[in-house]
Ligand binder design. Structure first.
Ligand code: NAP
Length: 245
C-alpha cells in the first residue's frame, strides 16, 4: 500500500456522542482510560507512528483557540513543504486548511505521549503563517489548492515521515470525510456505559456539505469485547463505499 494503514479510534457514549458531560461520570472516566491504553498505553493494541485530528479537536485540546502571532512582513518562505523532524517516534497530524491554529511549540504532550506536530495546509495558508511554523520548527505539508487531497497527504506522510500506521482521531467531520473517501480501513470504538442526552454535542460521524454527503457505509464487525465490566470495545472493518448514481 502506498499510504499508511488507517484506523479510526474514538471514545463514544452509548448514543454515539464524542464529547459531553458523560465523559465526567465514573463510567466515562473509566472508558477514557481504556481508550487511551488501547492506542497509547504501556502495552497498546495498536502500534501507530502518528495520529490525526481536525482543527476543532486541536483547538479544543492543544491550541485553545489562541490566535497565531503573525509577522505580516516576514520574508517570503521557500516554496513547498517544510520537514523539521523526520525521526520522531510519534507525530500529531493537524488538519488546518487555512492555517488558523495558534501553535506555540513543535511538540505536544498528550497524557504521557510526546509528539512532533505536522500541520497540513492548503495554498490558502499565508506566507506569514508558514514563516511562523518555520520559526517554531513545526513541520508542514501543503496538500491542495482550496481543499486537502487526503490521498496525497497520506502518501506524503508515509514517504516523508515513515508513518506506516495512522490513527484517525476525530472529530466527527474529519472521520466521515475519510470514511466516505475510502481512506479509513478500520473503526475502533470504546463505548462508555454512559450518556447525557445533550443536543449540542457532535456524534462519531458528522456530514458537512463542503466535505461529504450522506451516502451510507457498511461495516464488518471484527471483534466485540467487554472491558472492565461495563465498557465495550468494538472493532469494525470499513466496507467499500458505494456512491449514489
Ligand atoms: N471522543 C473522542 O474520542 C474524541 C476524539 C476527537 C475529538 N473529539 C471531540 O470532537 C469535537 C470536534 O469535532 P468536530 O467534528 O466538530 O470537528 P473536527 O473534525 O475536529 O474539525 C472540523 C474542522 O477540521 C477541518 N476539516 C474537517 N474535515 C475536513 C476536510 N474534509 N477537508 C478540510 N478540512 C477539514 C475544518 O477546518 P476549518 O474550519 O478550519 O476549515 C473543519 O471545520 C471536539 O470537541 C473534540 O474534543 C472527541
Amino acid at each position: 500500500m502506498k499510504r499508511p494503514y488507517v484506523f479510526c479510534h474514538m471514545l463514544i457514549s452509548i448514543d454515539g456522542k464524542i464529547m459531553g458531560n458523560y465523559m465526567d461520570t465514573p463510567q466515562g472516566i473509566k472508558a477514557g482510560d481504556i481508550f487511551y491504553d488501547i492506542a497509547f498505553g504501556k502495552k497498546p493494541y495498536y502500534h501507530h507512528q502518528g495520529w490525526l485530528s481536525g482543527r476543532v479537536t486541536t483547538d479544543d485540546n492543544f491550541t485553545f483557540y489562541k490566535k497565531p502571532q503573525l509577522d505580516e512582513n516576514a520574508p517570503q518562505v521557500p516554496e513547498g513543504d517544510y520537514i523539521a523532524d523526520d525521526q520522531a517516534k510519534m507525530y500529531y497530524v493537524s488538519i488546518d486548511p487555512k492555517g488558523r491554529l495558534g501553535w506555540e511549540d513543535s511538540t505536544l504532550v498528550y497524557e504521557d505521549t510526546k509528539a512532533h506536530v505536522i500541520e497540513i495546509l492548503t495554498d490558502k495558508a499565508s506566507n506569514a503563517y508558514k514563516a511562523l511554523l518555520r520559526k517554531r520548527h513545526i513541520s508542514y505539508m501543503i496538500v491542495g489548492e482550496d481543499a486537502i487531497d487526503f490521498e496525497v497527504m497520506l502518501e506524503k506522510l508515509k514517504e516523508n515521515f515513515h508513518i506506516e500506521t495512522l490513527m484517525l482521531g476525530g472529530g466527527g467531520v474529519l472521520n466521515w470525510s475519510f470514511i466516505q473517501q475510502g481512506l479509513c480501513d478500520e473503526v475502533s470504538l470504546v463505548v462508555a456505559s454512559a450518556a447525557d442526552g445533550s443536543d449540542q454535542t457532535p456524534t462519531l460521524f458528522e456530514m458537512r456539505e463542503k466535505y461529504s454527503d450522506d451516502t451510507p457505509v457498511e461495516f464488518v464487525l471484527k471483534e466485540a469485547k467487554v472491558i472492565d465490566e461495563n465498557a465495550l470495545w468494538l472493532r469494525y472493518k470499513v466496507k467499500e463505499v458505494k456512491r449514489h448514481e
